[in-house]
Design a protein around this ligand. Structure first.
Ligand code: 7TS
Length: 405
């Protein structure tokens, strides 16, 4: 045991509950994690002590809220080792971060006939925004395939790159397979060909130490709600020279410098991309989540999650007819599987009756499902607050459910 798991679990009030009179086993952390009391307190404290609209008013509450909001920006900068706070843009989540880039980068840099490379294992939110942009600009999406182990075929990348390729969009960690992609190497290939890279960090930010400068990411996107923070808050990191050249994604308050009917000038970074009143309390509470995660230690969390992954994988593989999708060594704590003769949806529904929360379905990754010629899987995904005892309960329940079919 790397840290005191009983003590850690006490920090998460929701984990203390019983579901259908059984202790909750929460294995849906890839969809969204749960929040420690500290984050819930930060939300309440914001609303009870220093809530006001940020950046605009000359009064005490607004000043305090602005200070706390900007403090989170600095914490995010430090967390991912960005050069400057101007490169940290708050959005409502990974989805909005990617849509922002697809729109604004598309407007600034994509011409008719240009190409974007997108991997076969992407979540829909790293596919559809590019398709929308491609439709607007007359650009083309080129797919980077995976093999049957759930590995990106990066040896094919060079051959997919043409003189029209402008950007590679790839996930750091697959939400279905758990595969940790060699994004630093992909960035090197991209840059040696004069191409930009967007990394979808939704499944990485809570489980890997991210260093955007070391990765040499042009864009990096992630969500607070998958990092023990509030929902409705996300981050886009971007290289300054790109963000400066990109037009605003949305128009409104805060993103302007001066508005005249004859023409408007835009605010400086990062505010150019933060139109309107943002999720003030959410961003402030995200700061509390980052503080908590730093205290646990991302490396400690990852080591424990890997132990859980290995423990669960070993047990699951003893079940006849069970197939795991995604068998890479470089893998995060996500296990997607099917059991021969039992529909994934039935498995998920029955596991719920044992108080076990897993996700079933296509996991917003239809092209990946097509690769394996399946409609969906059962997915168990772990966080540092999960235990081996919970895995024992899960495996025993799974065996019981399978025997019922
Ligand atoms: N990218 C990846 C790799 C994801 O796993 C998700 C959400 C997103 C993007 C979108 O993030 P959002 O915060 O903007 O919604 N993934 C999942 C999942 O696997 N189950 O529910 C949501």
């Amino acid at each position: 045991m790397i840290f005191d798991i009983d003590k850690i679990r006490q920090d998460f009030p929701i984990l203390q509950q019983k579901i259908y009179n059984r202790p909750l086993v929460y294995f849906d952390n890839a969809a969204t994690t749960q929040r420690p009391q500290r984050v819930i307190d930060a939300l309440t404290r914001t609303y009870t002590e220093y809530y006001g609209n940020i950046h605009r008013a000359a009064h005490f509450l607004a000043d305090k809220a602005t200070e706390a909001y900007e403090q989170t920006r600095e914490m995010v900068r430090e967390l991912i080792n960005a050069e400057s706070r101007e490169q940290i843009i708050f959005t409502k989540g990974t989805t909005e971060s990617i849509n922002l880039v697809a729109f604004s980068f598309g407007e600034a840099f994509i011409q008719e006939g240009d190409e974007i490379i997108v991997s076969e294992m992407e979540h829909h939110s790293n596919i559809v925004p590019w398709q929308l942009m491609a439709g607007r600009k007359g650009a083309k999406i080129v797919m980077l395939p995976i093999d049957d182990d759930g590995r990106l075929q990066i040896e094919k990348l060079e051959s997919l790159i043409s003189n029209r390729t402008k950007l590679i969009a790839v996930t750091h960690v697959s939400n279905v397979l758990g595969t940790i992609n060699p994004v630093k190497q992909i960035a090197q290939i991209a840059h040696s060909n004069g191409i930009r890279i967007l990394i979808d960090g939704a499944q990485a930010a809570a489980h890997l130490r991210i260093d955007v400068q070391d990765l040499d990411a042009d864009f990096y996107a992630f969500s607070a709600h998958k990092m023990y923070g509030p929902n409705g808050v996300g981050v886009l990191y971007g290289k300054k020279e790109l963000l400066e050249q990109m037009p605003p994604y949305q128009g409104g308050g805060e993103m302007i410098s001066e508005v005249k009917f004859a023409g408007t000038t835009y605010n400086e970074l990062p505010y150019k991309f933060e139109a309107g009143t943002p999720n003030i309390s959410g961003v402030i509470a995200f700061g509390a989540a980052i503080g908590y995660l730093q205290q646990i230690g991302i490396e400690n969390a990852a080591a424990w999650e890997t132990e859980l992954l290995n423990y669960a994988t070993k047990q699951l593989l003893t079940i006849p007819g069970l197939r795991i999708y995604g068998t890479q060594v470089e893998k995060s704590g996500v296990i997607s599987f099917n059991v021969e003769g039992v529909h994934f949806f039935d498995l998920g529904t029955m596991l719920d009756k044992f108080g076990i929360a897993v996700r079933t379905g296509h996991h917003c990754a239809d092209p990946l499902m097509d690769h394996f010629d399946i409609q969906g899987t059962v997915r168990a995904s772990f966080a540092f607050y999960n235990t081996k005892e919970e895995i024992d309960v899960f495996v025993a329940a799974l065996k019981k459910v399978i025997s019922m079919f």
